[in-house]
Design a binder for this molecule. Structure first.
Ligand SMILES: [Ca+2]
Ligand SMILES: [Ca+2]
Ligand SMILES: [Ca+2]
Length: 174
């Protein structure tokens, strides 16, 4: 009887120790998970802070200047693309957003001269060209900036794609 009780006691103690260790492990795992989650969400948060919401899109403006293709690459790395300006409302928003800088937009005629296309493949319908543009003035101007000259609305111009400007990315939030 005594032996049986002793054996039961030992078994029970072993079981409880095991349970205790398991609980400790669970706590440790939970702590690790919390730490990882915090580390993951921090860069996420700062990334979000770089974007400005307007209607159904979010917008990013660069601090440095790059060629049109490099600018586009940067936008794509951010899960976006160069901005497509589809309405007067969006042009007015971009006008404030660019803060007096000339900025690349996602419009090009590099495939076929004179056939302007947005980076999403759509054709150009709503246009905000500066009144003497596009003029292919340098002989080979296939990329477009907004903010050329002083008109607050009609201020797009074609420029050589290798010129360097700041750029604006757009990402749909739908
Ligand atoms: Ca757009
Ligand atoms: Ca051109
Ligand atoms: Ca031009």
């Amino acid at each position: 009887m005594c032996i049986l009780q002793a054996a039961l006691n030992i078994a029970l103690r072993l079981y409880l120790t095991d349970l205790n260790n398991q609980t400790k492990e669970t706590h440790q795992l939970q702590n690790e998970t919390d730490k990882l989650q915090r580390r993951l969400s921090e860069p996420e948060k700062t990334k979000q802070q770089d974007w400005t919401f307007f209607n159904t899109s979010m917008y990013f403006i660069s601090t440095g200047e790059k060629s049109w293709s490099e600018s586009r690459q940067d936008c794509r790395k951010r899960g976006a693309d160069l901005v497509t300006v589809n309405s007067r409302e969006e042009q007015d928003f971009i006008e404030k957003f660019r803060r007096d800088q000339r900025a690349w937009i996602g419009l090009t005629d590099s495939e076929t001269e004179g056939a302007w296309k947005w980076v999403d493949g759509s054709a150009l319908t709503t246009k905000f060209w500066e009144h003497e543009e596009p003029n292919s003035n340098a002989g080979n101007e296939d990329c477009v900036i907004t903010g050329y000259k002083s008109d607050p609305v009609n201020n797009w111009a074609d420029f050589p794609c290798n010129d360097r400007f700041v750029w604006i990315c757009e990402k749909s939030i739908n």
